[in-house]
Design a protein. Structure first.
Length: 318
């Protein structure tokens, strides 16, 4: 187990280094000049040169990258070109909002997606299967921003069930904070819910047709117990993989949802930074999201061995 974890940590470290290179080069490939955005359109060449020197943009790209990596290792993500606020402060203020939103959304997607997927598999070819299939098609085909606009119009404006925008800190007021996040979380969870539903249904149908399930039924074991204890447990491995990938996707894909519902999350921060060519903020946000992806994938790999001890680790069974 220790050898397996060390191997995964090494792979994660290499991935993070390669990602930092891609992030650094990609950000500098964006059109536009951050020095011009900071100094103004009417700035003279001398002013632009001074701003570039202050930002370190007059140095060779390799030197800029080395300085960037050194600053990150010291925990210094620089200052925002647009506001002058330390990037660490901006990320620490906005990241919790996105994490609460993504966490709420993944809970909704897992509970409803797996539940409806099991229901569809158990009642295969009957009306629950057709109904859940329609839900999956709608979740995958209708854009989330369109669902979000409709939800605001009907659930917030017409019916007044939920607030149309705004955010309350969940830690300060849990009930009101979760209430504000409920509608955005359900909107963000739609595509993930649909994917989990379809994957759970397919895995459950395959497992329910296995020999050990038929043996359990022949011995007279109760059908609910067969479904929950044996079929679902053997089907959940593939679902865990999908959940791990989707959780990272929800964090990075919350841009549209945060923009629609005016949530002060990291997605909105990223969008504002791209518009103003704020290099330090863009680099920090993408690096944090990448690190989040890597950690989630590592935890997912480890979780496999908890769910199913038969999984081989390092070429040997546990």
């Amino acid at each position: 187990m220790a050898r397996y974890l060390l191997g995964k940590l090494w792979q994660s470290a290499v991935t993070l280094v390669l990602a930092s290179v891609v992030i650094f080069v990609g950000v500098r490939s964006l059109p536009g000049d951050p020095a011009l955005a900071m100094a103004g359109e009417e700035a003279d060449p001398e002013t632009l040169a001074r701003v570039r020197a202050d930002l370190g943009l007059d140095q060779p790209v390799l030197v800029q990258y080395v300085r960037f990596v050194g600053s990150v290792l010291r925990g210094d993500l620089g200052e925002s070109i647009r506001t002058g606020i330390p990037v660490t402060d901006l990320v620490s203020q906005t990241l919790p909002v996105t994490l609460w939103l993504a966490g709420y959304a993944i809970v909704v997607a897992v509970v409803l997606g797996i539940g409806l997927g099991v229901l569809a598999a158990v009642y295969r070819g009957r009306w629950p299967d057709y109904l859940t299939g329609a839900v999956a098609v709608l979740g995958l085909s209708v854009p989330s921003f369109w669902i979000g606009i409709l939800a605001i119009l009907y659930l917030a404006v017409e019916l007044g069930w939920f607030p149309a925008s705004g955010y309350t800190d969940v830690l300060q007021n849990p009930a009101r904070g979760l209430y504000h996040l409920t509608m955005p979380a359900f909107i963000l969870a739609t595509s993930t819910l649909a994917l989990l539903l379809r994957q759970t249904r397919a895995s459950m149908i395959e497992t329910l047709g296995a020999d050990f399930i038929r043996t359990a039924r022949a011995k007279g074991m109760a059908w609910p117990r067969i479904v929950t204890r044996y079929a679902l447990r053997n089907s959940v491995i593939v679902v865990v993989t999908l959940v791990g990938l989707q959780l990272g996707g929800l964090v990075s894909g919350a841009v549209v949802t945060e923009q629609i519902f005016a949530l002060p999350g990291i997605g909105k921060l990223t969008l504002d930074s791209v518009f103003t060519r704020d290099y330090p903020v863009i680099q920090a946000v993408v690096l944090v999201v990448t690190l989040f992806y890597i950690v989630i994938n590592l935890l997912t790999d480890v979780l496999y061995t908890v769910i199913d001890p038969r999984i081989r680790i390092g070429g040997r069974t546990r």
